[in-house]
Ligand binder design. Structure first.
Ligand SMILES: [Zn+2]
Ligand SMILES: [Zn+2]
Length: 155
């Protein structure tokens, strides 16, 4: 593979994973997978939450892909693209929004502020249903999200 084929594949995987994460979060984690995800919507004292099992599951799949990638080069780069997304996700979601691992930076403007607010609004709904903003890197306008939450609350 040429370097630009690799780069394209990694970039495509990051975009694909954002769509995949959105769908998984909306339909699996807030669906039949709520048993694990609930812990992420409830306050707790421990450093770990049951929801982290999702990260462990995805990591196991990616390790499997890396192993296949030893024999099939494109699969290795697909696994690498998923890992890049995983790293961005861990930084934005776990560190930036949820302040895990000792991170204490609250963005005051720009794209990161929007991301931060959008995911905070996802957590404004404590239960399984009626939530907004299931994506992570693609953050909808917080003003629109608030309006949608308001409409649902008044129904
Ligand atoms: Zn959620
Ligand atoms: Zn969260």
């Amino acid at each position: 593979m040429t370097w630009y084929e690799k780069l394209l594949l990694v970039a495509a995987m990051v975009v694909f994973m954002e769509c995949f994460a959105w769908a998984t979060h909306k339909y699996v984690m807030h669906g039949w997978g709520w048993g694990w995800h609930r812990s992420h919507h409830e306050p707790h004292d421990g450093a770990l939450e049951k929801n982290d099992l999702y990260a462990v599951t995805f990591a196991a799949i990616v390790i499997g892909l890396f192993v296949v990638g030893i024999y099939l080069e494109p699969v290795w780069w697909i696994a690498f693209g998923i890992t890049v997304y995983g790293a961005i996700y861990a930084f934005v979601h776990d560190m930036l929004v949820h302040q895990r691992f000792g991170m204490r930076w609250v963005p005051r403007r720009g794209y990161f502020k929007r991301l931060h607010q959008a995911h905070r609004l996802h957590h404004a709904v404590k239960g399984k249903d009626g939530g907004v903003s299931f994506g992570f890197l693609f953050a909808p306008d917080p003003v629109k999200l608030k309006r949608r939450l308001g409409e649902r609350a008044s129904r």
